[in-house]
Each structure stands twice: as C-alpha cells, then as structure tokens.
Ligand binder design. Sequence first.
Ligand code: I3P
Length: 128
Amino acid sequence: SSPDSEGGTPELEKAGLLNKTKIAEGGRKLRKNWSPSWVVLVGNSLVFFKDPKSQTPASWRPGNSRPESSVDLRGAKLHWANELSSKKNVFKLRTVTGNEFLLQSETDSLIKEWFITIQSVIDRLDRE
Ligand code: I3P
C-alpha cells in the first residue's frame, strides 16, 4: 500500500457524477428522489456532495466543501439492481446500518467502473 494508506490523508479512489436516490434508512423504506450527486470514493467511505456543478475532485478535502452525506463501506453489500428501477445501469448499495442507495449512470462503462471500484474497497475491508 502507498504511504497515504498508513494514516493521515486517505486515498482518493474515484470521483464523479452519478444519479443517486436513497431508498431506505435504517431498514425503513423511503420514497425515491433521484438527483445528480457528486460521488467521491475516498478511504473507506463513499461521500456524496449535493451541488455537482461546484465540485471538483479536490472538493472532498476537509474545509473545501460540506458533504451531503457519507457512507461507511465496511460490511456494505453491492448488487446490480435493474429490477428496482425503470432506469438502466442501476446498482444498490446497502450499509450495515440498513441504509440503501441506488446509483445510476446512462454510461455503461462508467457505472461498471464504479461498481468494480466500490466492490474492491468492500472486499479490502472484508479482508482486514
Ligand atoms: C417515482 C419517480 C421515480 C421512479 C419511481 C416513481 O415517482 O418517477 O423516478 O423511480 O418508481 O415512483 P414520484 O416522483 O411520484 O415519487 P425510477 O426512476 O427508478 O423508476 P418506482 O416507484 O417504481 O420505484
């Protein structure tokens, strides 16, 4: 692992624009409300920013921008979930606390990359 993974600033794995909706909170179903979100995968967390237009890959850094919410990927589960939406390219992320999110992109290659990258972080945390 690189020096940054040993403490201090966590590693930025990936950042980009995805469509997002939360569908459950603590196991309780929520009404869908799709919106574009600037998504940042950093360290063990997936961090969501509300205003994609004002974001850059550096925006997650402390002090630069306030995240809308953050998801701890330890113990999380990822599944393709096209049956849960009329949209294409949808996957579901479920946290250990029972929060569930759908993430989506119109671009096949982009959503596949996100799936693989998030799954690799989950797998790494499972091995720790
Ligand atoms: C929902 C909205 C969502 C849709 C959802 C609808 O209606 O159209 O975009 O999800 O479908 O209920 P509303 O705006 O009135 O809440 P998808 O785009 O993912 O299909 P669903 O209820 O079948 O999940």
